[in-house]
Design a protein around this ligand. Structure first.
Ligand SMILES: Cc1cc2nc3c(=O)[nH]c(=O)nc-3n(C[C@H](O)[C@H](O)[C@H](O)COP(=O)(O)OP(=O)(O)OC[C@H]3O[C@@H](n4cnc5c(N)ncnc54)[C@H](O)[C@@H]3O)c2cc1C
Length: 452
């Protein structure tokens, strides 16, 4: 069934979805509130680089652009843990050294997916168009087109509003989706839940060494776990690292209480002494770069009749601690494409199936992502964590195909997230049950030996 899709938002998932729909022969009009990223419009306010893994790579492969993306990626083979004394511990992500995650630049990836969409003559991208409202029943998006599209000012001489009508509208417009807001306003019974962490995040930089090389191990995701907060760093192709500090917004030691040069310097020297000499622009970066918030957003349903649906962060924003938000958004594209192919004559059924297949899984991912913050900021520092990882890898080796660590299932397979979470709980019960069982047997043996 030919049809016209109006897409709102050409971030990571919007560009890719436009390519998928373009390939199916649909007419696609993609509207993005920002300017063209190829003209130097930086994707502001979000992480500069991201971890791309199996699910995301699969989605890119389906559209034939995985190699192009991975050419610019830096493999990260494990976690490099930095303790307070500057000692390092490396913990590989998998027992198989060929399983790793990839650090990629958001801006380059965004450009690649947009260009993939533009290869289809039936897909058009319009920048500097900000969706202000969607008429769900008519599948019409209202868009502000003037240069001040970021400003939520009423229509007037500086701000023209145009209408884009399709057979349906897809909101791929991120965590603060305008399309979702229209659904909230118009749909009775629309469920919406947003939860913010008490932590915010700030990006900082470790520049390349004078010879252009990386100042720390390049093929690792660096973590400075400090119990209630942490800093991480991902490598960039130009020899730099992008560090992200995840820290409490409020409290005696927090973003709110750390403002002056002395306070900033003192905090970093106390907590991250090995990183400070590598961060010459620390004070400037800390004071200038924005502090972002971290939210989990859940809503239901993700569709209205055959007229509107949501995809990516617009449907399910998760906190970034499993490195899966974008990977999950890319996986959405694959599933929505499959559903449209399965029900070519019934778009409402396709949307309903897509929602049913994804909702349980993105809910499971949301929980896993919050839990992994505790693992990253606290547990990775402990020898017990490293021992558990070694046990995981050992069990994976002796029980191939039977035992798979949770991290591996989420990151290196395309098992549905909810299946991975359930299977990990089951495995933990068996393993810890056996360990407790083995411990009890040992205790009985010791007692018997003492009695003799
Ligand atoms: C600090 C941090 C680190 C992260 N690290 C990772 C990681 O390592 N791995 C991973 O998989 N994920 C990661 N994520 C998550 C990832 O960034 C998101 O899941 C991903 O960007 C979602 O893609 P999207 O296309 O749905 O939304 P976005 O990428 O946010 O794109 C939405 C687009 O819509 C546009 N838009 C918004 N409103 C409107 C409007 N009204 N009209 C028109 N256009 C509009 C925006 O300008 C934007 O271009 C991280 C997130 C954060 C915050």
């Amino acid at each position: 069934m030919p049809g016209k899709f109006v897409l709102i938002g050409s971030g990571l998932a919007g560009g890719l979805l436009a390519a998928y729909l373009g390939r199916r022969g649909y007419e696609v009009e993609l509207y993005e509130r920002r300017g063209d990223p190829r003209e130097g419009n930086i994707v502001g306010g979000r992480s500069i680089n991201l971890a791309l893994s199996t699910r995301g790579i699969h989605a890119l492969e389906q559209i034939g652009i995985a190699d192009e993306v991975l050419r610019h990626a830096i493999p990260m083979r494990g976690r490099m843990i930095h303790d307070r004394s500057g000692n390092l511990h490396f913990s590989p992500y998998d027992r198989d050294p060929n399983k790793f995650i990839n650090s990629i630049g958001r801006a380059a990836l965004n450009t690649t997916v947009i260009e993939a969409a533009q290869r289809y003559p039936n897909a058009n991208v319009h920048f500097n168009h900000r969706c202000v409202d969607v008429d769900l029943e008519q599948a019409v998006a209202h868009l502000a087109t003037a240069s001040d599209v970021e400003a939520a000012v009423p229509a007037g001489p500086q701000r023209e509003i145009i209408s884009a009508r399709g057979d349906c509208v897809i909101g791929v417009d991120g965590a603060f989706s305008a399309v979702r807001q229209s659904m909230q306003k118009e749909m009775t019974g629309f469920e919406y839940d947003e939860r913010y962490l008490a932590h915010g995040y700030k990006e900082l930089t470790i520049p390349p060494a004078p010879d252009g090389s990386w100042r720390m191990e390049k093929n690792a995701l660096h973590i400075w776990p400090r119990k209630s907060f942490m800093m991480i760093a991902l490598p960039n192709p130009d020899g730099s690292f992008t560090c992200t500090l995840f820290w409490e917004f409020e409290g005696p030691r927090s973003f709110a209480s750390t403002k002056t040069d002395d306070e900033i310097r003192h905090f970093f020297e106390e907590e991250f002494p090995d990183a400070v000499p590598l961060m010459p622009s620390l004070l400037d970066d800390f004071k200038t770069n924005p502090t972002g918030s971290l939210a989990t957003i859940r809503c239901a349903p993700w569709f209205y009749k055959d007229k509107v649906t949501l995809l990516g962060d617009a449907a399910h924003a998760v906190v970034p601690f499993y490195g899966q938000g974008m990977n999950a958004a890319f996986e959405d594209c694959v599933v929505l494409d499959e559903c449209l192919a399965e029900f070519p004559q019934d778009r409402q059924r396709a949307f309903a199936q897509y929602f049913e297949r994804r909702k349980e899984n993105t809910d499971a991912l949301a929980d896993l992502a919050v839990q992994n913050f505790i693992e990253m900021r606290d547990k990775t520092a402990s020898p017990a964590f490293r021992a558990k990882k070694k046990l995981d890898h050992m069990l994976e080796g002796v029980l191939p195909g039977t035992y798979l660590p949770l991290y591996a299932m989420v990151t290196f397979t395309r098992l549905p997230y909810s299946t991975a979470a359930k299977r990990a709980r089951f495995q933990d019960r068996i393993v810890f049950g056996s360990l407790i069982g083995a411990g009890s047997l040992l205790l009985i043996a010791v007692l018997l030996a003492l009695l003799h």
